[in-house]
Design a protein around this ligand. Structure first.
Ligand SMILES: [Zn+2]
Ligand SMILES: [Zn+2]
Length: 321
């Protein structure tokens, strides 16, 4: 199923909200209608999610690395920085989402420092600057975020030197990163959003985070990478949208099973989480189908316990609570 919904944004302009190939997988037609209605209603108020990348570590040509933007009143708040992040933002900008103009990207939140979630970080630091961003990137994340930003700057020191001192005359500020190493709690607030971080369990990572965004009367919760954990349920608590990672299918060897159960959440487990968290809409991203499990099979596993609407996000989907 592919649906295109035309909505006014802002009052004088028009963009398209896509749930292109977004599979609504609960009881199927009823859930689909529900999501379409909620999409057009609150996008007009200026809160929506743009999925820049929905992939996993495997280099799937159809899916960029995990990254999304929460857009509120034409301002983008990025979560995670997977491969392709700035080009995907440019694609969304070309489709009419002004907030994702590459040189407007200046604030991001990292869930954890796994490479698939941060391979796009040099891109997010440097490309908007090359495109004339003049302010530093505000970067929130777990312990290690500062060192990662510092090391990226060191790696590109010669590039930065040439672009500032050479004929490009880039600013001395736009490539900088202001890193904020955060702990669970309210980590950011402005006129648009309140962002609350919460701890999740992700295998042997010492620190991994999820985020709850409260904006325009809507609540959007992002699990980050996580094995089943009560903090996601508590952070959501009947939230408007829960965006959660998932895998489905048989991990195979005992070694693989141990890895997946410690680092990630199975479709059956996600159904149990969602049944307790009761989001109005569950969006699956960073989906790992083991042994070519189909999305329908994955959804059936979720729906053993959760009976609300479920969307599998695809790259450049724009979904509003
Ligand atoms: Zn991870
Ligand atoms: Zn991951």
């Amino acid at each position: 199923m592919a649906t295109t919904i035309k909505i006014p944004f802002p009052a004088s302009k028009t963009i398209f909200i896509w749930i292109a190939a977004a599979y609504l997988l609960a009881g199927v037609n009823g859930a689909c209608a529900q999501a379409q209605q909620t999409t057009s209603a609150s996008a007009a108020r200026g809160v929506f999610v743009v999925f820049l990348g929905t992939g996993m570590p495997r280099p799937d040509p159809q899916r960029q690395g995990p990254s999304l933007a929460i857009v509120v009143n034409e301002k983008a708040y990025i979560v995670d920085a997977g491969t392709g992040i700035v080009r995907q933002a440019a694609a969304a900008y070309e489709r009419g989402i002004e907030a994702l103009r590459p040189n407007a990207l200046d604030i991001a939140f990292l869930t954890h420092l796994h490479s698939d979630h941060t391979l796009g970080l040099p891109d997010l630091i440097l490309t908007p600057w090359v495109m004339h961003r003049t302010v530093p990137l505000q970067l929130y994340g777990p312990i290690g975020t500062q060192a990662m930003a510092d090391n990226i700057e060191k790696a590109y020191a010669e590039d930065i030197h040439v672009r500032i001192e050479g004929l490009e005359h880039q600013t001395t500020t736009g490539h900088q990163v202001v890193a904020h190493e955060i702990q669970p709690g309210v980590v950011y607030q402005d006129a648009n959003v309140k962002v609350t971080a919460f701890a999740v369990h992700h295998g042997s990572w010492k620190e991994a985070l999820g985020y709850r965004f409260d904006a325009g009367g809507k609540s959007i919760v992002i699990s980050g990478d996580a094995s089943p954990v009560d903090s996601v349920i508590k952070a959501c608590s009947e939230c408007d949208v829960l965006i959660h990672e998932v895998y489905s299918g048989d991990p195979g060897s005992a070694e693989n099973a141990a890895y997946f159960s410690s680092f990630h959440t199975s479709a059956r487990e996600l159904g149990e989480i969602a049944a307790k968290a009761r989001p109005k809409l569950l969006i699956v991203w960073h989906y790992v189908p083991l042994e070519n499990t189909s999305e329908t099979q994955m959804a059936e596993e979720i729906h053993k316990n959760f009976h609300g609407p479920v969307i599998v996000a695809n790259d450049l989907d724009v979904i509003s609570p």
